[in-house]
Design a protein around this ligand. Structure first.
Ligand SMILES: NC(=O)c1ccc[n+]([C@@H]2O[C@H](COP(=O)([O-])OP(=O)(O)OC[C@H]3O[C@@H](n4cnc5c(N)ncnc54)[C@H](OP(=O)(O)O)[C@@H]3O)[C@@H](O)[C@H]2O)c1
Length: 328
């Protein structure tokens, strides 16, 4: 029997990619919150799943007792900085309190707990940021995530805190991520204005999932999930890509790969667009610690080409499982 991995936020963008990657070697359990039951059944087909509000401590404890996971990857969050700015109390409950509770409950059970934090804990003035760079977020979302990082480690010093960069890919939960919007609009011959002066170190959903699974499996004796027999990863870890790049440059890469005219991507400055949640200029991550542990993001053009190739295969109706195999 393979070990059980519990993924919170399984209906989310990252949760979906994690499930696709994890089910090859783990028994997977996943949680969702507001997704309609019939949509959750479609998104989480074949996964032991349940609805839960992670801010309810007793429900979370009961769920852990019932699922008895060997490891937990916590992706559930309020991940939209604008929403968090407008709903600070809810952001505190979900992004901070629920995370700390879950960390403590995993600590009580001595199981690996992997928390997905964000590059937005930094203010964007001193990139690239290493794990020991001081945090100082420009917005409430980043501030609450930074508080959650520290509080989770205080509750459970074996926790792994993975700071994720900008993630890109396709989503099947009805919320269209920026990469999907770019690909769709370009393919329809439409122009898109994209920030040319906001720099990140993005990775695709499948690459982020591979990194998180590496961390979740570290220290486990079961070779089917930890073939490298790597030691347990604890503390802060950056899971960024190798290239510092803007959304405008990503748009240009998409156009090149699709053989479409470059003018469809139009550069603009983030400073010219009013934002509810302040945006940092450059939160590129230095991820050398993760690379030394075996996290190995391919060149970004390759990651983009794989995603677009998969989308085209899907449009042609190729078997889904073959696509998932082809992806990593
Ligand atoms: N996407 C990015 O570019 C990015 C970049 C850096 C870091 N991250 C981090 O990566 C993680 C995943 O992000 P994402 O983009 O996948 O987020 P997402 O698509 O917005 O998904 C969030 C998930 O959290 C669940 N959730 C929200 N509130 C909940 C609650 N009170 N109780 C239980 N579940 C709840 C949602 O469930 P329902 O949908 O069913 O309500 C959904 O499954 C987050 O920790 C985020 O901060 C993301």
């Amino acid at each position: 029997m393979p070990p059980t991995l519990l993924i919170t936020g399984a209906t989310g963008f990252l949760g979906q990619y994690l499930i696709a990657a994890a089910r090859k070697s783990w028994r997977v359990a996943g949680t969702f919150h507001r997704t309609r039951r019939e949509d959750a059944a479609r998104l989480l087909a074949g996964v032991d799943s349940g609805r839960i509000d992670l801010t309810d401590f007793r429900d979370v404890r009961e769920m852990l007792d019932a699922v008895r996971p060997s490891a937990v990857i916590h992706t559930a969050a309020l991940a939209d900085p604008t929403y968090c700015e407008q709903h600070p109390d809810e952001s505190l409950r979900v992004n901070l309190q629920a995370t700390v509770n879950l960390a403590g409950l995993c600590g009580d059970r001595n199981i690996p707990f992997v928390f997905t934090s964000t590059d937005l804990v930094f203010d964007g003035t001193r990139a690239p940021y290493a794990e020991d760079s001081p945090v100082s977020s420009l917005n409430l979302y980043g501030e609450h995530k930074a508080l959650a990082e520290q509080a989770a480690l205080d509750r459970y010093d074996e926790a792994a805190i993975c700071r994720m960069p900008l993630l890109f890919g396709f989503s099947f939960n009805g919320r269209i991520p920026f990469f999907q919007r770019m690909a769709t609009e370009f393919q329809a011959g439409q122009t898109m204005a994209l920030f040319a002066d906001e720099l990140r170190t993005p990775v695709s959903g499948p690459v982020a999932a591979a990194g998180l699974l590496l961390v979740a499996a570290s220290g486990m004796e079961d070779e089917s999930v930890n073939p490298r027999e790597s030691e347990r990863v604890r503390g802060l870890l950056h899971l960024g890509g190798r290239k510092r790049i803007s959304r405008y440059e990503m748009g240009a890469l998409i156009l090149e790969i699709l053989g479409l005219p470059p003018f469809l991507a139009q550069p603009i400055s983030f400073r010219d667009v009013p934002a509810v949640a302040a945006r940092p200029a450059d939160v590129s991550l230095d991820s050398s610690r993760a690379y030394a542990l075996g996290f190995d993001p391919p060149p970004i053009g390759q990651q983009i080409a794989r995603l677009l190739g998969r989308q085209q295969e899907k449009a042609k109706g190729t078997n889904e499982e073959e696509q998932e195999e082809a992806e990593q």
